[in-house]
Design a protein around this ligand. Sequence first.
Ligand code: ATP
Length: 233
Amino acid sequence: MLELTEVVAGYGGNTVLHGVSLTVPERTIVCVLGANGAGKTTTLRAISGVVQRSGAIRLDGRSIGRASAEQIARWGVAHVPQGGSVYQKLTVEENLRIGAHLRRDGDVRADRHRVSDYFPWLSRRCDQLAGTLSGGQQRMLAIARGLMMRPRLLMLDEPSLGLAPLVVKEVFDAVRTISADLGMAVLVVEQNARLALRSAVHGYVLEAGAVAVSGRSEVLRADDSVRRSYLGY
Ligand code: ATP
């Protein structure tokens, strides 16, 4: 569904990705792992069109490497950036509606109900300002807002960052359930390799802007030298 071939990307004169190739099959969770500064976030930014990039990026066979960020979002790519970033001064409900603003079809209400099914507490807090939610709740609201786009591909940047272990489990459980229910592909960037490899079918380890190792999650998990050298556990 998503295919990157030899993608080069960076900021100004600073090239960060030096030819990254990766594939996300339909309805599949894929994770991108790697040390700080390896280029994980930049990979997601290259896909969503917010950094300079070259090389081939194809979504459902269509080239998106030159499309604008807005167009890519309209084609069904939702990007939940690091930290979740909700609109602090808007209510929970307003945040969710913003998630649907790129949609042209009229089925927003059904999606609103579905999002409440996944995160029941959202309905009880419709009028609460998003900035007054806990960190974990804000992260879940950011994911819920992404789901309101009804994306074909959901990209999550370090959903576990700064969250308590139980909340992290809740977030990943929700992502797994949603991906299975909606047949949605998920590309998740994580520092927490152990956790990510439990949810993802496939993993890519980035090192200095290039793919160092990739494979099915159970293979990466079982390979001692990969674990020691790249995954840190
Ligand atoms: P982390 O796990 O720490 O979030 P990462 O693997 O996601 O790291 P990136 O955020 O993609 O790494 O950063 C890769 C490199 O790009 C780093 O050297 C970083 O300093 C640089 N970089 C990131 N954002 C910018 C920016 N806006 N302007 C210039 N350089 C940047």
